[in-house]
Design a protein around this ligand. Structure first.
Ligand code: DC
Length: 234
């Protein structure tokens, strides 16, 4: 059976397990995996390190735009998973902190930030053969992606998953804080003017609240086989 090289866009709410789904699918079919949320997190980390976010949440957008012109974001695949780099420094752990999570939706709502990151993401998909997850991949970044998924799960399931993940990484947070952060980010992501989180009309909805990781993987792998299958002999 032959399969054509396609773009797979996976969008959905935070902590729905999009990245777990995307990573496993990409590894199985030999595609490159890109975590677009990590890019928004890197820009947020940069803004925090340069004191561009006031205590009242005001962001110095002009200074941030100047930074966006010069920073370099890279993804490196290692035997222990993908690592995110900012100007050559491994920031994978730091971008997952609650401080970054608390500020990232405000940064992701800035049109100039979205413009720069959307262009970078589109460049990464030029040769297809990628799985990218995020909030606007099927609607804005790759509106013509051949396979689009929209992932959801109940807020309780999502909070429990993110809480467990933070504990495993040795980070401090309470379940209540995690739940509050998830609900606040959902609201901001859904209501922002620029590329709000919404399901693309042609995206396939997957509610994984009651699915095991294996069931979910088999389901998306079957979808890939159906969508990418080609009858070409060449
Ligand atoms: O997937 P994540 O939780 O790491 O994403 C971090 C934030 O980045 C999330 O609150 C919304 C934003 N984001 C976005 O606006 N567009 C994307 N394509 C990916 C993430």
């Amino acid at each position: 059976m032959k399969y054509k090289k396609i773009i797979i866009a996976i969008d959905g709410y935070s902590s729905t397990g999009k990245s777990t789904m995307a990573k496993r699918l990409a590894a199985e079919i030999g595609y490159r995996y890109i975590d677009s949320g990590a890019m928004y997190r890197v820009v947020t980390l940069c803004a925090l390190r340069n004191n561009l976010i006031d205590a009242d949440g005001t962001i110095d957008i002009n200074a941030l735009n100047r930074l966006l012109d010069v920073i370099k974001i890279d993804f490196v695949v290692t035997p222990n998973g993908q690592r995110t780099y900012l100007d050559g420094e491994d920031v994978e752990q730091e971008i997952r902190s609650m401080t970054v999570a608390d500020n990232v939706s405000a940064i992701a709502a800035i049109p100039s930030v979205r413009k720069v990151l959307t262009r970078l993401q589109q460049d990464m998909g030029r040769d297809k053969g990628i799985v990218m997850d995020g909030r606007d991949i099927g609607t804005t970044v790759f509106p013509d992606a051949e396979m689009k998924l929209f992932v959801t799960a109940t807020p309780q399931t999502r909070a429990r998953r993110r809480y467990k993940e933070l504990l495993e990484k040795g980070m401090k947070a309470t379940l209540e804080e995690v739940m509050e952060n998830i609900l606040r980010r959902d609201k901001m992501d859904e209501n922002r003017k620029e590329s709000p989180l919404r399901k693309a009309d042609d995206a396939i909805m997957i509610d994984n609240s009651l699915l095991t990781l294996d069931q979910q993987h088999r389901h998306v792998l079957n979808l890939f086989h159906e969508i990418a299958r080609t009858n070409d002999d060449c």
